[in-house]
Design a binder for this molecule. Structure first.
Ligand code: ZN
Ligand code: ZN
Length: 584
């Protein structure tokens, strides 16, 4: 579930705000209720949103602006700031106390999108220092790969949209100032790596199309020019002499604000960091207790190591040997799903719509490279689309690579992965979200709520006896949970507290029991992203907190199934708002 909010391949300049009259269309009629008026406003907002961000529109499956590539020049910047200002003015004219629950949460999400984007343009200025924000290639790739319209139609839009690629990169060069070296080199890799879309994949698609020879030639000629502009941009980045390169570390002030807009938590980033540290220490104590209890079963009379981290690591390494064979990986995942559904039914944990079984499929070729499992949901504009559980295959992997991977996704973790990704994690949450369809919540849905729910369900299943309360299962879940906790600690420590690479690797390998390769990958991720890594733990913590408060409020009438179902009924809304709605 990728969020697109702050990753638009688009940038804007600080320009004089257009504070023109607000566009309060639709709520002037005396006979129109506030709710009906707001519903109408939402339609206006979305129409304006897609006009302002045509690439984002394509990504969510709204294809009316597929021929447009906005050049990030000063006119576009002014238009974007005018859009933000107008929408903010419009929002202010609604009385939130008169809005129904679903529309009220929509209101908060829209307000946050506008404020967050304005903050990005005026304060964070990502467009200056993050050359990665100018990558147009993903949009073009999706137009070739996704089957939303007949191929010929998609190719004609592709053709029209390519026209602005040279101007797009010319404008980008003017905006980039003291870029972050890590993001500069990542942008080079991404641009060079994506060239095959224009230099190879397009030709493959053309050969399957019904376009005329002349049309095909015009497309290929333009693709050549586009590829040239992209190659030139990468070379320009490489040759760029930067006197005062910006650090990849976001710094405390920007971090707190970004956390506020991206995570939408009731807590500050600093509070979440403190909470994660406390959670890590608590988990270590629990893991040591379980490891000690299990020790004689696996190590007989061998003395128990004194150091608790050494003790835990030895136990985890030993348990990780239990895993499926590479060839049985997909089958093992598929076979677990009915078991999970049956368990939820038996324990009465939440209602699962039997008319929406999850379709498991082998991961399609264009997504390949990432093994494991992921959920592909249809875009908010594609009502008939299927939801798939993509399972990657380990075909063609060296035995060493497969072994290391399977130890990570061992007998225990594989079950936890299925809970997280599918039932009752991401997939189940999605089924519920679709029952009260809100375009706003599908588009601006809160990533911390979505990830938090998936993490919460892992614990919820184990608490109710999934895995027969085996200490091995709990130990492995704590390891998995530590990953979410340490994602938060790492992100905050690196971006705010200047944590060194060496200390980061130490944290992940020694205190979160990760493999060297996994830790190295995480370091790379934290040096090119910020804040997103905190979403898993923040959402989880807020849901657990809410459940505790809800339990207290309900007293004898508390029921877990009712909690789960009510929680999910609000769609992908930030937990702090769900909290207000459930506790008031
Ligand atoms: Zn093995
Ligand atoms: Zn997830």
């Amino acid at each position: 579930m990728q969020k697109h909010l702050f990753t638009l391949g688009f940038a804007a300049l600080l320009a004089a705000c257009n504070t023109g009259s607000s566009t309060n269309t639709g709520h002037t009629g005396a006979d129109t209720s506030q709710n009906a008026a707001f519903r109408e406003y939402e339609a206006h907002y979305l129409a304006a949103l897609w006009k302002t961000y045509p690439e984002w529109a394509t990504a969510v499956g709204f294809h009316e602006h597929d021929t447009v590539l906005v050049v990030p020049d000063s006119a576009a910047m002014e238009a974007e700031l005018a859009f933000l200002q107008q929408q903010q003015d419009s929002l202010q004219s609604y009385d939130t106390s008169k809005l129904g629950v679903s529309l009220l949460t929509d209101y908060y999400l829209i307000r946050n999108q506008l404020e967050g984007r304005k903050w990005d343009l005026e304060k964070a200025k990502t467009y200056e220092w993050a050359p990665t924000s100018y990558n147009v290639i993903g949009t073009f790739a999706s137009m070739l790969n996704e089957n939303y319209a007949p191929l010929d139609e998609r190719l004609r839009s592709f053709h029209a949209r390519m026209a602005n690629i040279p101007a797009f990169y010319a404008a980008a060069k003017k905006l980039i100032k003291d870029p972050v070296p890590e993001l500069t080199s990542l942008a080079q890799d991404q641009h060079l790596g994506g060239l095959s879309i224009f230099e190879k994949d397009l030709a493959d698609s053309l050969s399957k199309s019904g376009l005329s020879t002349a049309e095909k030639k015009a497309l290929l000629d333009r693709a050549k020019t586009a590829a040239g502009a992209i190659r030139d941009f990468a070379a320009w980045l490489k040759a760029l002499k930067v006197e005062h390169p910006r650090s990849f570390r976001l710094g405390g002030d920007l971090y707190e604000s970004k956390f506020k807009y991206d995570i939408q938590s009731a807590y500050t980033a600093a509070q979440i960091y403190d909470s994660a540290i406390a959670r890590k220490n608590w988990i270590h104590t629990e893991m040591a207790r379980i490891s000690k209890q299990l020790w004689p079963k696996y190590f007989g009379s061998t003395p128990v190591p004194d150091d608790q981290l050494v003790l835990i690591k030895r136990m985890i390494d030993t348990l990780s040997i239990q895993h499926v064979k590479p060839a049985e990986f997909q089958q093992a995942i598929e076979q677990q799903l009915p078991t999970l559904s049956a368990f939820i039914k038996e324990k009465n944990l939440l209602y699962m719509d039997p008319s929406k079984p999850l379709k498991v499929r082998k991961e399609p070729g264009y997504m390949a490279g990432v093994a494991g499992a992921s959920i592909s949901a249809p875009g908010p504009y594609d009502k008939e689309g299927n939801t798939y559980y993509n399972v990657g295959s380990l075909e063609g992997w060296t035995p060493e690579r497969a072994e290391s991977y399977l130890r990570e996704y061992n007998h225990y973790i594989l079950q936890i992965l299925n809970i997280h990704e599918a039932i009752p994690g991401h997939y189940t949450q999605l089924v519920y979200a679709n029952q009260s369809p809100s375009l706003i919540k599908s588009i601006l849905g809160n990533g911390a709520m979505i990830e938090g729910w998936a993490v919460y369900t892992e614990q919820m299943m184990l608490e109710n006896g999934y895995g027969n309360n085996e200490p091995e299962m709990w130990l492995m879940w704590y390891k998995w949970n530590l990953r979410a906790v340490c994602n938060t600690i790492l992100d905050y420590s690196v971006h705010v507290n200047n944590m060194s690479k060496e200390d980061a690797i130490k944290l992940l390998t020694q205190e979160a029991f990760q493999q060297q390769a996994e830790a190295a990958g995480k370091w790379k991720r934290v040096s090119v992203t910020s804040v997103q890594l905190t979403s898993y733990y923040t959402g989880y913590k807020e849901i657990i907190d809410l459940r505790t408060a809800y339990k207290e409020k309900m007293g004898d009438k508390y029921n877990l199934k009712a909690f789960n179902e009510q929680f999910l009924s609000y769609g992908s809304t930030p937990v702090k708002y769900i909290r207000q709605l459930m506790l008031n």
